[in-house]
Design a protein around this ligand. Structure first.
Ligand code: CP
Ligand code: NVA
Length: 300
């Protein structure tokens, strides 16, 4: 079984992964991976959290990991993705891949005989969404009925994955962005099959009744060519001290990081009492351990 998209997991499967994470965090689980399991991290884009947490997750489960910067692999000289996947499957037990193009990840997975995990593509960041929702469940004691306002660039990986996974688990989404910057239509349609996704173009309306205010960079990896235009277009959608008043009084602030202080979020909000961003990052490690254990059980 691969984990390439939030669409790969049902509601029950997501809850099963959260249960494994709970067991790990309470020290209740004795399970680990088979001896000497190896995870290859094949990355085309930079990473701090996902790379380090996956490496530590493997070590904690008794396995090991190998980081491969795609620029130093034969992929950079034109070796087909399919051949790379076939060969890597001969050596390792899992691959976590961070790729520019989601289709390249699908091509890799179609040619891999070991589980492949999406460590971020242009379209999705599904491991992040599981860590985000696990964090929300712990902070709010529930996911069902929680209203999450995603602010800024609503047409990228983090938002695509979160909106589907969140509404599948019974949360509501509000997407807050300029009128001329709609969310990805396929992801929006899919999310609306499961529940409520509202769209707003003002912070006042979009943050109303929000329990979670979620933002991400205005310039995702791969969008650097439009950086100045994006920063201008999203400037009104900054999460700062003035807009928190529109949301529920107990609203919490989330960000997958890296954060660009002074752009999508101000330093005082990021470091303030409503911010749970460090907890969110911490939970990536736990959720990745749970995903690895879950995939190894399903692939036996
Ligand atoms: N949140 C996240 O995926 O961070 P990295 O890009 O540092 O892995
Ligand atoms: N949307 C961001 C997420 C980084 C973790 C990006 O793709 O750069």
């Amino acid at each position: 079984m691969h984990f390439l998209s939030v669409n790969d997991l049902s509601r029950d499967q997501m809850n099963e992964i959260f249960d494994i994470a709970d067991e790990i965090s309470m020290g209740k689980t004795t399970s680990s991976l088979k001896d000497n399991s190896t995870l290859a991290l094949l990355f085309e884009k930079p990473s701090t959290r996902t790379r380090v947490s996956f490496e530590v997750a493997m070590a904690r489960l008794g396995g090991q990991s190998i980081y491969i910067d795609s620029k130093t692999s034969q992929m950079s000289r034109g070796e087909p993705i399919a051949d790379t996947a076939r060969v890597m499957s001969l050596y390792v037990d899992f691959v976590a891949a961070r790729m520019y193009h989601h289709e390249d990840l699908l091509e890799f997975a179609n040619n891999s005989t070991v589980p492949v995990i999406n460590a971020l593509t242009d379209l999705e960041h599904p491991t992040q969404s599981l860590a985000d929702l696990y964090t929300i469940a712990n902070a709010k004691r529930r996911i069902r009925g929680v209203r999450i306002a995603f602010v800024g660039d609503v047409a990228q990986n983090t938002c695509n994955s979160l909106m589907i996974a969140a509404v599948k688990l019974g949360a509501e989404m509000a997407l807050v962005a300029p009128k001329n910057f709609p969310p990805n239509p396929q992801y929006l349609t899919r999310a609306r099959e499961y529940g409520v996704v509202d769209i707003f173009d003002t912070m006042e309306e979009g943050l109303a009744k929000a329990d979670i205010i979620y933002t991400d960079t205005f310039v995702s990896m791969g969008n650097e060519g439009d950086a100045e235009q994006r920063k201008k277009m999203f400037a009104k959608y900054q999460v700062n001290g003035n807009v928190l008043k529109y949301a529920d009084k107990d609203a919490l602030v989330m960000h997958p990081l890296p954060a660009f202080r002074g752009q999508e979020i101000t330093a005082d909000v990021l470091e303030g009492s409503k911010s749970i961003v460090w907890e969110q990052s911490k939970n990536k490690l736990l959720i990745e351990q749970a995903i690895l254990m879950y995939l190894s059980q399903k692939s036996m």
